[in-house]
Design a protein around this ligand. Structure first.
Ligand SMILES: [Zn+2]
Length: 124
């Protein structure tokens, strides 16, 4: 008996907010490394994360817990991926699927949310 009711919502391991999978990045553990799985196609235990919450998750050691590993996994691949993602958002703010990046808590704010957010990622 699996609870299929909650299928469309995932919890971000960084901020603990629940979001639609489209707003979150799936992360899987692969050889001691946390790697991005944007298509959700990789096997294994997955964790869900707002790209913007990567740092929070690392600080909280959320990967260690979520991926059920005894050692903190390397997140360099993940950082690389997120960095590239945020760059493409800065250049092209019209991508609806990346709406969660600027507004980790509100999946309802999409295109407009990105434009309202400061162009720089440094927040006050
Ligand atoms: Zn989050």
């Amino acid at each position: 008996m699996t609870s299929s009711g909650a299928r469309s919502v995932r919890t971000c391991i960084g901020c603990r907010e629940r979001s639609a999978p489209a707003d979150l990045l799936r992360v899987v553990l692969c050889g001691g490394e946390a790697i991005p799985d944007p298509r959700g196609a990789l096997p294994g235990r997955g964790a869900w994360l707002h790209p913007a919450c990567l740092e929070i998750a690392e600080r909280r050691k959320a990967f260690t817990r979520a991926l059920r590993t005894s050692q903190a996994p390397s997140t360099s691949a993940l950082r690389d991926y997120v960095a590239r993602m945020s760059k493409s958002v800065a250049m092209d703010a019209g991508q609806p699927e990346l709406g969660g990046l600027a507004t980790p808590q509100g999946s309802t704010v999409r295109d407009r949310g990105i434009q309202d957010a400061a162009p720089m990622s440094t927040q006050p």
